[in-house]
Design a protein around this ligand. Structure first.
Ligand code: GLC
Length: 443
């Protein structure tokens, strides 16, 4: 592979906003919101083309008002969003010149991407576009392990008429359209590569199939500031690493995209759903609890990452009330605790987290945030913090939290190890706050 061309703008400058933002909204919205199960349904249920058209013929989001979505996201403390312009099913949410399988050819009759982009920009959020590398609709897209037609007897025969190079050129055309017609795009989120997954002799797809190098060069040329994720199967590429549906105890280390030996210095983004699917799923009941939702945000930031949380709007164009409820939980919490998230990252390694707590840290203000996941009763012991703390207060009400240092010679609590610090807390968890946070002014 030829070496990467030099990035026009310094990496640290390009990602600065992203590292400040920390919290984003993901949206998976397409025809799959109509079967309302799973965005992969066209593949998993092996739905033939003609049959899948029944959704395109009836897609009519009459309740669609992206200003409502954008307001909810802003109030939740989200600073950017990423929406599926095209998912694996191949359906395009914008008025693309390059396929007929698009929103303007449904009863919606209009480009739905533009109002989304405008509404979120108006609320001050950065714009991210998800673009699927897979495409189960494109006539030139070779059938493979995930393709809905993979088990048809004539699949190999059909593949003879399909030319991946034409498909790769189509992707470049579409990406050009997205980058030029929708104003500055802050993030391009490609999904995904699977070069090793062959099936019945049909090869998987990765950088050769997608012509990833060319695609990425095109993005850099058209829009040098756009951040690109790490799913193009290009070793050494990717402005941020994607970590999907996992909560990390440690920041991701190494990884093919590491830009420095210390992974703490590079960006990663933790993407999560509220429940199982990325698309609207009517019958899914495994929704994460309110507290777990908050914990996952805090934990990603505590490990130096971003957290992007997904909503799958319904086919009528609304957020599922279960999602809205949880977004409001974030709004309530972020109303008081946003400064423990935005601009924050992992705490200095010298300060190990106390039991059942998470730390986030703002290096600019030198404030440490202690998030208490499980109320510990009247004392909370923090290893190694002794002598480092000037003042502490709860974030939700600005009330002082008293403490004493337990360094050698000034031991006030015989059970606490030297060098630590003990916070004195009320017997019961205060007020209406799901995860109380202590703001610690370090010396
Ligand atoms: C996985 C899913 C896909 C989803 C993506 C988001 O790749 O298969 O449907 O869009 O994750 O990270």
């Amino acid at each position: 592979m030829p070496p990467s061309p030099p990035k026009p703008v310094r990496y640290e400058d390009r990602v600065a906003w992203f590292q400040q933002a920390r919290f984003g909204l993901f949206m998976h919205w397409g025809l799959y919101s109509m079967p309302a199960q799973y965005e992969w349904i066209r593949s998993t249920a092996k739905i033939p083309d003609e049959e899948y058209r029944r959704y395109a013929e009836r897609f009519d989001p009459d309740k669609f008002d992206p200003r409502v979505w954008a307001r909810l996201a802003r109030e939740a403390g989200m600073k950017y969003f990423v929406i599926t312009t095209k998912h694996h099913e191949g359906f395009c949410l914008w008025d693309t010149k390059f396929t007929k399988f698009k929103v303007t050819n449904t009863p919606a009759k209009r480009d739905l991407l533009r109002p989304v982009v405008d509404a979120f920009r108006a609320e001050g959020l950065r714009v991210g576009l998800y673009y699927s590398l897979q495409d189960w609709d494109h006539p030139q897209y070779p059938i493979d392990v995930f393709h809905p037609l993979r088990d048809r007897e004539d699949a190999a025969e059909l593949n003879k008429k399909r030319d991946i190079r034409k498909y790769a050129a189509f992707m470049r055309d579409q990406v050009t359209e997205l980058l030029t017609n929708y104003g500055p795009i802050d993030i391009l989120w490609f999904d995904f590569s699977y070069p090793g997954r062959s099936y019945k002799g049909f090869p998987g797809k990765g950088r050769d199939a997608w012509e990833s190098r060319k695609l990425l060069d095109l993005v850099h040329e058209l829009s040098p500031d756009t951040l690109v994720n790490d799913r193009l199967d290009l070793p050494g590429e990717g402005d941020f690493m994607t970590v999907e549906q996992k909560q990390l105890d440690e920041p991701p280390r190494g990884g093919p995209q590491a830009i420095s030996s210390s992974c703490l210095a590079r960006c990663w983004e933790n993407c999560h759903t509220f429940s199982g699917a990325w698309s609207y799923n009517r019958d899914e009941s495994s929704w994460k609890s309110q507290k777990l939702c908050l914990q996952m945000l805090i934990q990603a930031v505590a490990r130096g990452g971003n957290y992007i949380l997904n909503v799958g709007p319904t086919s009528r164009g609304e957020f599922d009330p279960r999602a809205t409820d949880r977004l409001r939980v974030y709004a309530d919490w972020m109303n008081y605790n946003a400064r423990s998230i935005h601009g924050c990252g992992a705490a200095p390694e010298a300060f190990p987290e106390p039991h059942k707590c998470l730390y986030t840290y703002n290096a600019k203000t030198n404030r440490l945030y202690l998030h208490i996941l499980d109320w510990p009763y009247v004392t909370l012991r923090c290893p190694a913090l002794g002598r480092h703390v000037a003042y502490a207060q709860f974030l939700h009400d600005g009330s002082e939290v008293r403490f004493s240092e337990n360094g050698p010679g000034e031991q006030t609590d015989p059970t606490s190890p030297p060098g630590g610090l003990t916070f004195y807390l009320p017997d019961v968890q205060p007020g209406n706050i799901l995860v109380p946070t202590i703001e610690i002014f370090l010396k």
